[in-house]
Ligand binder design. Sequence first.
Ligand code: PLP
Length: 283
Amino acid sequence: RTVYVDGEYLPENEAKISVFDRGFLFADGIYEVSAVLNGRLIDNDLHLARLERSVREILIPMPLTVADIAEIQAELIRRNDLLEGVVYLQVTRGTADRDFGFAEDMKPTFVAFTQAKTLRDTASVKNGVAVAIMDDTRWARRDIKTVMLLAQVLAKKSARSAGFHEAWLVEDGCITEGASSTAYIITSDGALVVRPNSHAVLPGCTRQAVLKIASEQGLRIEERLFTVAEAHEAREAFLTSASSLVTPVIKIADRVVGDGTPGPITRRLQTIYLELALAQPSV
Ligand code: PLP
């Protein structure tokens, strides 16, 4: 596999990052993940806009222009013959002798690679998944897509060990989001409920695309907090992310959602999301 590190395309086993890179020492960096279907990037403008926002929020300069990054993504897809999977991007503050403080003129490190992966034709997307309920132990700026992911890593490990696919995280009795996805429920009267964007959650790119579809479909959208109890009463539930697309949720903790199969509204949103994703212009 060819990867991109600071200006060079290299075989993955020749690529190197310094021991003193602040991404490694302090998790001082951010990342993005864009899905690829049929060799095309999905919602990539949204992901690159969020990357720009993430670096700005933590005072890292853009390592390259958005157009240059898009070109690198396209080149990696070509060189690796990627048809389905993801393109991962990471920007860290750069390399310097270890110190909490940092100079403002540091040169950021930029890394990009592809991962071939089946996204569409998976058991999760087709049959739905079970999600565990867990405390949200993350920091207070979850709107920034930082590589500081230990809380999510441990939440997912604990969920997977207990037979769940994902963890839905809870703060003050309300669900914030999944460890690596946005969480939604459909109420008994057919409203789509999702938590509003704030510092408490990552503003999902797939969320933005799916809410646009939901609104065009005439669904009532309620952007508000919702409790675990409400989730247990929901008629349908689903989650979204770049790599899981629209994935039905059929069980929340020990409670089955609806009749335990993907719900019709979820299915409709999933189908339309995929149709539109596949119709996006190639890079
Ligand atoms: N929330 C968290 C915590 C995430 O890590 C992710 C994606 O990995 C999402 C939400 C979904 O975001 P997106 O749809 O942009 O992939």
